[in-house]
Design a protein around this ligand. Sequence first.
Ligand code: SF4
Ligand code: SF4
Ligand SMILES: [Zn+2]
Length: 279
Amino acid sequence: MVRKVELKSRCSRCGGHLESVLDQLEGVCSQLSCRGPHLVEKRRQAEREKREAWAATIEELKKAFPELLTDQGRDEVASEQQAHVSLVPGTDSPLVPLPPDRHEQFLAHLDVICREAVRLCDDPKKVNSLMTEYGHRGSATKDSPILPVLNGCSTCRGYCCRNGGDHAFLDASFVAWQLLCDPCSTAESVRNAYIHRLPDVSVEGSCVFHGSQGCVLSRAERNNVCNNFHCFELQDAIEQHSEGESRAWIAVARSDTGALRVGKMDSSGNQTRRETSGP
Ligand code: SF4
Ligand code: SF4
Ligand SMILES: [Zn+2]
């Protein structure tokens, strides 16, 4: 369907004449006092539409998976008070062997960062800044993510890991940090360890370490961005989380074409996950 584009000749806020096609498309002039509120409203509208789409998805899922939303014997309203429902992106790309050119790209990337890491370790100033940058990592990498993150990310299956591409967010600073932490390690041993961790098959078009069950690297082997990143959708769920709560978490993973799967995790971390029958 071709959407008809309407060009406006007057600014919807100040009524001024619109010259440029961009302004005419937006229906607003480029003065900050007009453009600013217009963009805020546009963003709010997009948010509203997105939330409505999510709400419709949840309604569909309530019908398709009633037992996931209601505990036996309870009615739906009661059970909704028992569970947090969050909406996450999702991926259902197939698992494939890493194409040779991507494998090569990854090796080339590793070579570059390992060489650079050795240089960083020989520079006292850089070593100091690495200490500041990575100093807090120790305990943070051992902590297990909180329930809404565990449930959300495992239901989503790593949509954001597509950004890991052929570099997996590994960089010279992080390799240098590993070399400094373990005096027995060498650039060669770090390099070989990462090569050894490459899975036989990975999610098509995603990070080289994105395996069938998610990232194949341990948290200690991943760079900070991989351990700390939470997508916009997940942030809502994180805000609702409080330690020691007994409510369950429900995550609905959705692609552009519809709901993919739903996961429910109880407060002890037991998860039930189910695929939808497709859009
Ligand atoms: S952070 Fe968001 S996009 Fe990334 S795996 Fe978790 S739910 Fe998916
Ligand atoms: S290294 Fe792991 S967490 Fe990071 S992008 Fe790749 S698969 Fe995702
Ligand atoms: Zn105006």
